[in-house]
Design a binder for this molecule. Structure first.
Ligand SMILES: Cc1ncc(COP(=O)(O)O)c(C=O)c1O
Length: 420
């Protein structure tokens, strides 16, 4: 028996959603389940990037029409991303190349200004980008404390409490695992972190496309996202509490103001991709308006809230169907939270192996049948080892987003059943 049929997804406008993404309709058809490595973009993004390059492919800060328009594009995008994350002010948002370079920028700044507090907490659940950059601070005198996942592949706040001390400077952790899909309770982590006077750095790269981010509600201090995982082009953005951002020392030319966001946006980044990111957020706003039956503005926080709640609800159905289907295939091992009833504490990123078949052989076979999934360590080799897996061959990962469907899940399950 395969997974349940799509009638369950009655209120989510899946047909409209799929229409917005031209790449989903290319021939030959691909079931795109590699969203953890980057999502597809809606037509809105293609149009915005095209329009930017055609009409205002210029450096910001000039006095002519094109350059002034670039300034306007950047400031509008900053406002949109601020609303999307519920930042207190647009100046708390910085644009750049990707999330890793922002992690590096913040960690270098923190390493440069280490005082008495020298302990940094990192986890072995995280993407290596949010590990290696902090480990590198050992050269600056930082002392690393590991918050380790337990055998069940989960991080427990009780374990964090054991390693926090009055000397903890910062806790760096993910909001959702890019490998096994589990979601962390950031608010509770922030409370514990702040109780010893430390700061919390959140990697929201994997969670970004799957649910609502509210930096005020989360009470973290820094948060990074990759735009290209949230239906935008290749770019990244940083949010930080204004006072925290202004306080950190960053490299910049003398005449660049020592305030956010300028001190975090050194050099030129890809303006057309920022224009594209703004369009991706507009698309999400329009989705929100639709799920609210057309009421309210598509650019307001309530539209984003509606969109991300609807996405989360729909994706819980996807996770549940995928996990239920996999549980029926005898030789599949799913890592981490693997029961259909776990669906509301994870995103639809499912990491698995099929008996003793090499992960690469599974992904090659699926690729030949038009199903795009990924094999390997998913940039989380430490987690792979913790799960008892090889940190090179790793596992297979199917990572879904809100434009994927139950029928696509059925086609994956259908192929996997052939291994029986
Ligand atoms: C959880 C997580 N953190 C960080 C990164 C790195 O992001 P970027 O490619 O924007 O540097 C990724 C990329 O896959 C990721 O999944």
């Amino acid at each position: 028996m395969l997974a349940t049929k799509p009638e369950a997804a009655t209120t989510f406008p899946i047909s409209w959603v799929r229409e917005q993404f031209p790449a989903l309709h290319g021939e030959p058809r691909t079931v795109f389940f590699d969203n953890g490595a980057g999502s597809q973009v809606p037509q809105w993004v293609l149009d915005a990037v095209h329009d930017h390059l055609l009409r205002r492919n210029a450096q910001r800060g000039g006095r002519y029409r094109q350059s002034r328009e670039v300034d306007t594009v950047l400031s509008k995008a900053r406002e949109s991303v601020a609303t999307f994350l519920n930042a207190r002010e647009p100046e708390e948002i910085a644009f750049g190349m990707n999330a890793t370079s922002f992690m590096r920028l913040i960690s270098l700044a923190i390493g440069y200004a280490l005082g008495q507090r020298r302990e940094i907490v990192i986890t072995d659940l995280d993407h290596e980008a949010n590990i290696a950059t902090w480990l590198a601070l050992e050269h600056a005198g930082a002392s690393i404390r590991w918050w380790k996942v337990r055998r069940d592949g989960a991080l427990y706040v009780e374990d964090l409490e054991q390693i926090l001390t009055p000397n903890t400077r910062l806790v760096a952790c993910t909001m959702a695992s890019n490998a096994i899909g589990s979601v962390l309770g950031i608010r509770a982590i922030a409370e514990r972190t702040h109780s010893v006077g430390a700061e919390l750095f959140v990697d929201a790269v994997h969670f970004g496309p799957h649910g609502l981010i509210d930096v005020q509600e989360l009470e973290c201090d820094y948060l990074v996202c990759s735009g290209y995982k949230i239906f935008g082009p290749h770019m990244g953005f940083l949010w930080g509490r204004r006072a925290a951002l202004d306080a950190l020392p960053t490299f910049r030319e003398d005449f660049i103001p020592d305030t956010a966001p300028a001190k975090y946006e050194i050099g030129t980044y890809v303006y057309e991709n920022v224009a594209g990111m703004q369009a991706a957020i507009s698309y999400l706003g329009e989705l929100g308006k639709r799920v609210k039956n057309g009421t309210g503005s598509a650019g307001g926080r309530s539209a984003f809230t509606a969109a991300m709640h609807a996405i989360r609800e729909y994706e819980i159905r996807l996770s549940s169907a995928l996990l239920a289907g996999m549980a029926k295939i005898a030789n599949i091992t799913v890592y981490g939270r693997n029961k259909p009833s776990d669906a509301d504490s994870r995103v639809p990123t499912v990491c698995f192996n099929v008996g003793n078949v090499r992960p690469q052989a599974v992904t090659e076979r699926l690729a030949a049948r038009g199903i795009a999934v990924r094999d390997g360590h998913m940039y989380s080799p430490r987690l792979m080892r913790r799960l008892g897996l090889s940190d090179t061959s790793g596992a297979v990962r199917a990572s879904l987003v809100h434009y994927n469907t139950i029928e696509e899940i059925d086609s994956l399950l259908h192929e996997l059943q052939k291994y029986r």
